[in-house]
Design a protein around this ligand. Structure first.
Ligand SMILES: Nc1ncnc2c1ncn2[C@@H]1O[C@H](COP(=O)(O)OP(=O)(O)OP(=O)(O)O)[C@@H](O)[C@H]1O
Ligand SMILES: Cc1cn([C@H]2C[C@H](O)[C@@H](COP(=O)(O)O)O2)c(=O)[nH]c1=O
Length: 203
């Protein structure tokens, strides 16, 4: 029997990691074989992306072009699909992934790249059974992650996060597998809403 592929998406600090862990525990308690994974991945390539794209610049101090960033995220994803996600699904496991190709669409589109090109370079990415979009106002998300944010970057981050949130909401209209969950509620309430959604959509 093929497995179940569930993805968590949302702006930074929307609660994806927290909720992905809770859902993985919930499935395990029900006796399912579960893997919890994420993008960028924990591989050398994923770590390189976090270092160069997410946290900084190249060794010579220059910045990568947004096109090169998008291609790096897609390359990491291609490896992830082929070596982790697909084999686990073929073994009938539940795969829970913290970010997937929708992140590339929402973020790299917000950087000004063409949405159709972004879809094209991610065409290989198999479709999840369910994608949970944790929707949260930018103000609340930045409150949650303020200790991680460099104050000099705050205004830039604010504008980007606002665009990314809007993009996610547009994507939810384009992709029927994407369902919106209000992430403003308590951790426990959001988890309860997610379980209800999973039971309704998949089980
Ligand atoms: N429903 C919630 N209410 C209040 N705080 C929350 C809630 N969910 C998560 N948090 C807290 O907000 C912070 C960010 O949560 P988390 O790391 O799960 O988000 P994330 O979407 O994975 O973030 P990122 O994309 O930046 O890695 C953490 O300190 C977490 O404890
Ligand atoms: C997969 C992916 C990620 N990003 C961005 C989104 C976040 O700002 C960081 C990842 O950090 P997190 O702690 O896992 O939230 O990378 C992106 O721009 N494009 C992508 O495809």
């Amino acid at each position: 029997m093929p497995g179940l592929f569930i993805v968590f998406e949302g702006i930074d600090g929307s609660g994806k990691s927290t909720q992905a862990k809770l859902l993985a525990e919930w499935f395990k308690e029900k006796g399912y074989d579960v893997i919890l994974t994420k993008e960028p991945t924990d591989t050398k390539l994923g770590k390189f992306i976090r270092e160069v794209v997410v946290h900084g610049s190249l060794i010579d101090g220059s910045k990568l072009s947004y096109e090169a960033e998008a291609l790096l995220f897609a390359a990491d994803r291609a490896e992830h699909v082929k070596k982790v996600i697909k084999p686990a699904l073929d073994k009938g496991k539940v795969v829970i992934c913290d970010r997937y190709f929708y992140s590339s669409l929402a973020y790299q589109w917000a950087r000004g790249l063409d949405l159709k090109w972004l879809m094209k370079i991610n065409e290989f990415a198999i479709k999840p059974n369910l994608t949970i979009l944790l929707d949260l106002p930018t103000k609340e998300s930045l409150k949650r992650i303020r200790t991680r944010v460099d104050i000099s970057e705050f205004d830039k981050l604010w504008d980007l996060q606002k665009k990314v949130r809007q993009n996610y909401l547009k994507l939810a209209e384009m992709f029927p597998e994407m369902k919106i969950i209000n992430a403003m509620n308590s951790v426990e309430d959001v988890h309860r809403d997610i379980v209800a959604l999973v039971e309704h959509e998949l089980l």
